[in-house]
Design a protein around this ligand. Structure first.
Ligand SMILES: Nc1nc2c(ncn2[C@@H]2O[C@H](COP(=O)(O)OP(=O)(O)OP(=O)(O)O)[C@@H](O)[C@H]2O)c(=O)[nH]1
Ligand SMILES: [Mg+2]
Length: 609
């Protein structure tokens, strides 16, 4: 084996918000990627609209910086648990990882997940303790917790022997000594050159380039992001395209790119260890191999963890369908889902018993909500059902996904949280009092029990609590759970909502709409404080002679409606409810709109039960 000492491939992994993208920013600035005074957005790698809005990374992306004549390809990965598939894929490109841990929060569930994946892939780790500037930093403790985590995950001796570096990513410095402020990132960069192995290859081995991610360009169509394992790939050359189904086709590399800072630049050729983008194969997918036509040897297909949650997505079937969006047909929805499947190995799509609805499976609510959000921005109208966990038969027993949930709350809320989780069949695994008035609790909870939990959790902790969860494993089905104690307020006819009617309803619960909005029979317009559903006429006007006085009076007495975001709406749903999503609106509704049919079904249901 020979090594390429002019190259390093590294992924940055961490729990959400621990500072990965900020650290990449600092590396880019210090490597001279931007001009002084140039107007560059913060967290420049978070380039998708939704990423900027939500302030999180959704897609793994790579960038390259030069340091002392060595090119470092850096893969920035998302820290949110729902996008774990992106991390797993990112790890197939690299030879080592920076494990970032927030100096105050310490390792959290997603730290565990990404570290487990890195250890499984036998990648060496550099521990980066970030945000050491935080006034509540507890560096020594956090490092102990990281050692414990390594032990817990069964790491080998050479893996546990990781180097540690202390950083303030925001200010752009790193230091090898705790408590000593640095002046730039050079200590970290040097550590990477020293500790992350240079790519290895066999000079005799025929070409192998592994497709680890996809991208699209408006001019070139699909781009395959590959890691070259052995050999050299040249622009314009013929390659053997080893496809996922086992077939081998001839194809031409029409364009070849390497990354420099944030740009893709054309290259004549790329050698072993390099991360490249290749155009010319419109149907190429993740896990396939570009190989030597004279001796094609496919690399193993990339696998990622199984999905654990699903949502049924279909065309918009509400009476208002077609009035706000431009993409309405089953064909369009199906094509869009197919397109998503190509680039997103963590998502699956199954047929349902209806021709215009599909079961979309993924890692979590947010991942699925992000897909729906992207689709609505592209002009789609959709119906989205209640998120459901996927079950599995293991040894003849029905099993369900269980999540590891970690919670930080002020002491006084511990009682309320204990109760909340008991109702959701959570099992307390560990409780640590940090002596700062805050307590950390770790639970194992059926994934079902987490649906809608966030809202209640924030209410119980008056918005102060923090919770995170990550997939842990499969366990026996835990039996029935009742999650939402409230019912729905449902409109019983079509029309425009009237202030007079809404005022009468305000005492019954919380309303989701204001006056003058389109409603229809079966649309959910609010949350009933009592457990049962309530059908109401939301369009009723007061008999009035003096209309102007009436409306002024009405407006004064109206509490503003509670507008649910797409995420909150999806969390709110009961089994017999769904969300109507259009580019302009998110409306909740009953699956069965007809009031009489619903009442009949409810009567039959209660007789059976
Ligand atoms: N005080 C302090 N804040 C930091 C530091 N590094 C990052 N932050 C802040 O932490 C927040 C999250 O930073 P990001 O870089 O988006 O974190 P991330 O790990 O990329 O997050 P995801 O990609 O969503 O998982 C931002 O508000 C940063 O400004 C640091 O060293 N010190
Ligand atoms: Mg990020």
């Amino acid at each position: 084996m020979t090594t390429r000492n002019d190259l390093r491939n590294i992924a940055i992994v961490a729990h959400v918000d621990h500072g990965k993208t900020t650290l990449v920013d600092a590396m880019l600035w210090q490597s001279g990627a931007f001009r002084k005074g140039q107007d560059v957005a913060d967290r420049v790698m978070d380039s998708m609209d939704l990423e900027r809005e939500k302030g999180i990374t959704i897609l793994a992306k790579n960038t390259a910086v030069n340091f002392e004549g060595v090119k470092l390809n850096i893969v920035d990965t998302p820290g949110h648990a729902d996008f774990g598939g992106e991390v797993e894929r990112g790890l197939t490109m690299v030879d080592g990882v920076l494990l970032l841990v927030d100096a105050s929060e310490g390792p959290l569930p997603q730290t565990r997940f990404v570290l487990r994946k890195a250890l499984e892939a036998r990648l060496p780790v550099i521990l980066v303790v970030n945000k050491v500037d935080r006034p509540d930093a507890r560096i020594a403790e956090v490092i102990d917790e990281v050692y414990e985590l390594f032990l817990d995950l069964g790491a080998g001796d050479e893996q546990i022997d990781f180097p540690i570096v202390y950083t303030n990513a925001k200010a752009g410095w790193a230091s090898l000594e705790e408590g000593v402020e640095g002046s730039d990132l050079a200590p970290l960069m040097n550590l990477m050159l020293e500790k992350i192995p240079a790519p290895e290859y066999d000079p005799e081995h025929p070409l192998q380039a592994h497709v680890t991610n996809l991208d699209a360009s408006p001019y070139l169509g699909r781009l395959a992001l590959c890691r070259v394992r052995h050999g050299t790939i040249k622009a314009g050359q013929q390659v053997a395209w080893c496809r996922a189904d086992g077939s081998v086709e001839r194809a031409t590399v029409s364009e070849l790119y390497v990354t420099e800072a944030l740009e893709r630049v054309s290259a004549e050729e790329a050698g072993p260890g390099e991360i490249i983008a290749v155009a010319g194969m419109e149907e190429i997918t993740i896990g396939e191999t570009l190989a030597d036509p004279a001796d094609p040897r496919p690399l193993p297909v990339i696998t990622v963890d199984e999905p654990s949650l699903s949502i049924v997505l279909g065309i918009n079937t509400s009476p208002l369908a077609g009035s706000e969006g431009s993409k309405l047909t089953a064909r369009q929805v199906r094509d869009r889902l197919d397109a998503e499947l190509v680039g997103n190995v963590a998502i699956r799509v199954e047929d349902t018993d209806r021709p215009d609805a599909w079961e979309v499976q993924g890692r979590g609510e947010l991942q699925l909500v992000v897909l729906i959000e992207l689709m609505r921005r592209e002009g789609f109208e959709l119906t989205a059902g209640q998120p459901r966990v996927l079950t599995r038969e293991i040894d003849g027993k029905k099993c369900e996904p269980v999540e590891r949930l970690s919670i930080d709350v002020p002491e006084e809320h511990v009682g309320a949280i204990t109760q909340l989780l008991a109702g959701r069949k959570g099992r307390l695994e560990q409780m640590v009092n940090h002596e700062t008035g805050w307590v950390r609790m770790e639970y194992l909870v059926p994934a079902r029990g987490l649906i809608g939990l966030r809202t209640e959790f924030l209410t119980e902790t008056r918005g102060t609590g923090v919770m995170h969860h990550v997939f842990e494993g499969w366990e026996r089905w835990a039996g029935d759970l009742r999650l939402r104690p409230t019912g729905s307020i449902v409109a019983d006819r079509r029309g425009k909502s009237a202030g007079y009617a809404l005022i009468g309803l305000q005492d019954r619960g919380v309303l989701f709409i204001g006056p003058g909005e389109e409603v229809y029979e079966g649309m959910i317009i609010g949350e009933n404080a009592r457990p049962e559903d309530m059908d109401v006429n939301a369009t009723k006007e007061k008999q009035q002679t003096n209309m102007r006085a009436a409306s002024a009076e009405v407006l004064e007495r109206m509490a503003p409606p509670k507008r649910l975001s797409l995420e909150a709406a999806v969390e709110f749903l009961r089994e017999d409810e769904c969300v109507e999503v259009t580019p302009e609106s998110v409306r909740l509704r009953k699956v069965e709109l007809d009031k009489l049919k619903r009442q009949k079904a409810a009567r039959q249901g209660s007789r059976v039960a």
